[in-house]
Design a protein around this ligand. Structure first.
Ligand code: NAD
Length: 341
């Protein structure tokens, strides 16, 4: 029998790719949920939904809209703050798995907009946990972030490292999610897996993140802002590799750990950090354009480098990122040129 899966944040970048992969398999009956907020242009979110067969004209708040392309996918526009509707959805659907990706994302935006992060990432996540408590699921997999490593110096970042120095409120909410999941795993035996994603890029990506911001500026002949004078590196991870990890993890329901809890955290990264200047060079080449740069100081909330130790995910699900930076950027640029032509 197919598994019923809720994917929150389904109109978002990673949510869209996750749903795309799940609907390719007859093993799943999927409900996507998203409030389609305007943190970045809603048109991109509606275009993603269209690509999944959900026409924007038929979306009604709180009501399921079926996909024209796949009868195993429904979409529902809902805010995580709406606990009553969320609980009713869990009651009527009886989910087996929840892949929770909805969140207020973005490190820099969190400095001036803290409330959005508390509402979506802390209060919203608590509503998901409560719904899983009331209508038990086999597994809740949720997005955490490499940003939880904050000011940690020891690299590569390992899930065994103690992390208690977030550099932004965004990171603090993601660390809070891990702590909240721990409590619910402990008190109510809800099986949870936290996924610390490392700088995800690829087609249908986020307009607030460097690859898209840079591509737009380069295509317009504008200079790009390069922070910390370019002395930064990121463990850029191609979205298909991330989604393979997410889909593998959701099937791997955690057994009780050494403390008797069905609770687990993984890094999902590329484990191969790239210098920002190298990334810009590869992007400029793929776009076939000259790149002009404004060198700027380090931004508040940012960290200098990220680097994932992925050994634990490799051990449990055989996770192996396959996409090098040239191939991934090439795929991104091909999509970008088509989408914004
Ligand atoms: P995204 O912003 O594209 O997607 C998040 C989606 O959640 C959006 O479509 C938004 O409308 C929805 N959302 C936000 N608040 C909501 C609410 N209160 N109720 C319902 N829907 C809501 O971001 P993404 O890049 O796809 O990220 C997915 C998850 O992965 C997020 O939790 C993010 O914090 C995490 N993450 C992403 C990256 C990355 O590099 N993209 C890195 C680390 C962690």
């Amino acid at each position: 029998m197919s598994k019923k899966v809720l994917v929150t944040g389904a109109a978002g970048f990673i949510g869209f790719h996750t749903v795309s992969k799940l609907i390719a398999s007859t093993d799943y009956q999927i409900v996507g949920l998203d409030n389609i907020n305007d943190y970045y242009p809603m048109t991109l979110k509606f275009e993603r939904l269209k690509a999944l067969g959900i026409h924007p004209d038929f979306i009604r708040y709180g009501k399921k809209t079926g996909s024209k392309l796949n009868n195993r996918f429904d979409f529902i526009r809902m805010d995580l703050a709406d606990e009553k509707s969320l609980t009713e959805l869990f009651q009527s659907a009886g989910f087996d798995y929840v892949i929770h990706l909805a969140a207020q994302a973005g490190v820099r935006y969190s400095i001036d907009n803290p409330n959005a992060y508390i509402q979506s990432n802390v209060v919203g996540f608590n509503h998901i946990l409560e719904a899983c408590r009331t209508y038990p699921v086999e597994h809740l997999a949720y997005a955490s972030s490499s940003s939880v490593y904050g000011l940690n110096k020891e690299q590569p970042f390992s899930v065994d490292h103690k992390v208690d120095q977030p550099a932004s409120l965004y990171a603090a909410t993601k660390k809070s999610n891990e702590l909240m999941a721990h409590t619910y795993s402990h008190l109510f035996k809800i099986p949870t897996t936290g996924l610390r994603f490392f700088t995800v890029y690829g087609p249908w990506g986020r307009p607030d993140m460097a690859p898209m911001l840079f591509a737009k500026a380069i295509m317009n002949g504008d200079p790009i802002n390069v922070y910390n004078n370019g002395k930064m590196s990121r463990d850029f991870t191609y979205v298909d590799d991330i989604v393979n990890g997410v889909c593998g993890v959701v099937e791997a329901v955690p057994d009780e750990n050494e403390n008797g809890l069905p609770y687990r955290i993984f890094n999902i990264g590329n484990s191969s950090p790239v210098q920002l200047m190298e990334f810009i060079e590869v992007l400029g080449q793929a776009l076939g354009k000259e790149v002009q740069m404004n060198f700027m100081p380090m931004q508040d909330g940012d960290v200098v480098s990220t680097y994932a130790d992925i050994s634990q995910l490799r051990e449990v699900i055989g996770y192996e990122p396959k996409t090098d930076i040239k191939t991934g950027v090439g795929e991104f640029v091909e999509w970008y040129k088509q989408f914004y032509k």
